[in-house]
Design a protein around this ligand. Structure first.
Ligand code: 5GP
Length: 197
């Protein structure tokens, strides 16, 4: 664990912008679903987080994450630059407040793809935020997807899998849960949750 919330961003709900949070275990397919949501909704932007974990081979700086050192992360956290931050699977992750603030102020809807700790923190101070949980059809399928993705070493995969049990326990507090059996169907269900009042 290890999460602090450093206060709501200013001006969040000016314009009719909405904030969506997508969470769920590693391997549930959040990334693929979010990419499809962004294609479907040009007025929706993904907030790019900062992390201290190393970049995977295909990941690009500023596109997938801002990859920063632990020292820089701590400095930025202490300056209150993160809307929320958390330790997840042994690395630090944080949502840059300025980016989210700016996008909302420009009138975009914003998606945060963050873990369940961050989701709960944002919701506690911004109850208007819509929380959507994505899960795999079963733990067995989740494990298969994680192994097939093979972006992590064996011990990191095991950790992500065991963390999944903790994450699944939090899903009841979400506004909606989507089981990702098939991507296009899951995207439709997430869009319906985003549009529901
Ligand atoms: P990954 O290392 O697979 O990209 O992400 C690991 C976990 O960290 C995922 O559950 C992802 O949603 C979460 N995560 C990514 N960025 C943030 C962030 O800024 N804040 C929090 N709390 N979690 C994040």
């Amino acid at each position: 664990m290890g999460l602090r919330f450093s206060g709501p961003p200013e001006g969040v709900f000016i314009a009719n912008s909405r904030l969506f949070i997508i969470s769920g275990p590693s391997g549930a397919g959040k990334g693929t679903i979010v990419q499809r949501l962004l294609e479907e909704r040009p007025n929706t932007k993904l907030s790019v987080s900062c992390t201290t974990r190393p970049a995977r081979p295909m990941e690009k700086e500023g596109v997938h994450y801002f990859f920063i050192s632990e020292r820089e992360f701590a400095e930025r956290r202490d300056r209150g630059e993160f809307l929320e931050w958390a330790e997840v699977h042994g690395s630090m992750y944080g949502t840059p407040r300025k980016v989210v603030d700016g996008l909302l102020a420009e009138g975009y809807d914003v998606i945060l793809e963050i873990d369940v700790q961050g989701a709960a923190e944002v919701k506690s101070v911004m109850p208007e935020a819509r929380l959507i949980f994505i899960e795999a059809p079963s733990m067995q399928i989740l494990e298969q997807r994680l192994r097939r993705r093979s972006t992590e070493m064996e011990d990191a995969q095991v950790r992500r899998l065991s963390d999944a049990y903790d994450e699944l326990r939090k899903k009841e507090s979400f506004d909606g849960v989507v089981v990702n059996v098939e991507v296009e169907q899951a995207v439709k269900e997430v869009l319906a949750l985003m549009d529901s009042r």
